[in-house]
Design a protein around this ligand. Structure first.
Ligand code: F6P
Length: 360
């Protein structure tokens, strides 16, 4: 009986449990055993390894609907460069291999973002372990796939926030600034802004000017509008070119972004004379039930990944390209990130709707 491991790595998002469920349904449906690895590669490095048996019973439970990941996850650390107290790093890939072998896995489905895919690719090269990647991240910034699990739900959450902000903005004649996540890309801000009727959308891919954003709001006022909705992606820079960062970041870790919304609100208040307020959505975008789009995506990617794993394939990531579900070599999957294309169709759509991208 083949034995397939499944784990979630990196930041969580809605739809991870739906993907785990799809892997379990496919594998058990074909007579394979499934072990859920706890807390990503940490579970494999632990002695004894951290795991749970995932039998067909979980397919019938509430897992499909649940947010987070039932297996736990970590978005810090890297087994290839494990930090030691003296500041040095150690390669723990042998520990990962030992865990993989102790569990007698034939293959491993790793559900993760671009950072996790990079680590898995290198781990596989160094140790020979087999794995299939499944792309997830609310940021939707993997170049090799049109969509990643979690993005659609994060956008829904941001749109709901805009739907709730609009009436209170109109009641109080205010500028409402909504700061959304997305790391270095503006996909969430752009999609949510279009779907939620934003007037101004600021994304890191398009440098903004205070005068242009303020003029866009002034144009609204000139036609009788008493409020404005502004969506700001967390990586947007302030007029001095600085990103807003929350607290100190760990050595070697990416800075934790957050706070640009407040700066933008203060700037626009000064520039327009209108009252401004800010809402920072933060991790609300990652939690909660997955929407239908993410459940369908997680099902498709999870089934495909399980089929590849059962067939003994390794070093590939399942992906959606041009609406078609397939898989790509892992090196292709991690070769580049996918920022918003400033000349792309979605930005053009926003501009055609009269939305200011902060540059005009
Ligand atoms: O990459 C997903 C993401 O949610 C980003 O959008 C965000 O910047 C980051 O993770 C937050 O990470 P953490 O959970 O460590 O605060």
């Amino acid at each position: 009986m083949p034995r397939i491991g499944v784990m979630t790595t990196g930041g969580d998002c809605a739809g991870l449990n739906a993907a785990i469920r799809a892997v379990v349904a496919t594998c058990t449906g074909q007579g394979a055993e499934v072990l859920g690895i706890l807390k990503g590669t940490e579970g494999l490095m632990a002695d004894p390894p951290g795991f749970v048996v995932l039998d067909a019973g979980i397919v019938d439970g509430p897992l499909l609907r649940q947010g987070g990941t039932t297996l736990g996850s970590v978005n810090r650390g890297n087994p290839l460069r494990h930090p030691m107290p003296d500041g040095s790093t150690i390669d723990f890939s042998a520990k990962v291999k030992a865990g993989y072998q102790a569990l007698r896995l034939d293959n491993l489905v790793a559900i993760g973002g671009d950072g996790s895919m990079r680590i898995m690719a290198e781990l596989a090269r160094r140790t020979g372990i087999r794995f299939i990647g499944v792309p997830k991240t609310i940021d939707n910034d993997l170049a090799a796939t049109d969509s990643t699990i979690g993005f659609a739900t994060a956008v829904e959450v941001a749109v709901e926030a805009l739907d709730r902000l609009q009436p209170t903005a109109a009641s109080h004649s205010r500028i409402m600034v909504l700061e959304v996540m997305g790391r270095d890309s503006g996909h969430i801000a752009l999609s949510a802004g279009i779907a939620g009727g934003a007037d101004v959308i600021l994304i890191p891919e398009i440098p903004w000017r205070v005068a242009a954003a303020a003029a866009a709001i002034a144009r609204l006022a000139a036609r009788g509008r008493n409020y404005a909705l502004v969506v700001v992606a967390e990586a947007v820079r302030d007029p001095e070119g600085a990103q807003a960062v929350v607290g100190p970041s760990r050595p070697g870790a990416m800075p934790r972004l957050g706070g640009i919304g407040g700066r933008v609100a203060a700037i626009l208040e000064r520039a327009t004379g209108a009252e401004a307020r800010v809402t920072v959505l933060g991790h609300v975008q990652r939690g909660g039930q997955p929407g239908a789009t993410d459940r369908v995506l997680a099902a498709g990617l999870g089934v495909r990944a399980a089929e590849l794993a059962l067939a003994g394939v390794s070093g590939r990531m399942v992906a959606v390209q041009g609406g078609v579900l397939g898989d790509v070599a892992i090196d292709e999957a991690v070769a580049a990130q996918r920022p918003v294309d400033p000349a792309g169709q979605l930005v053009a759509t926003a501009r055609a709707l009269g939305i200011s991208m902060g540059d005009a």
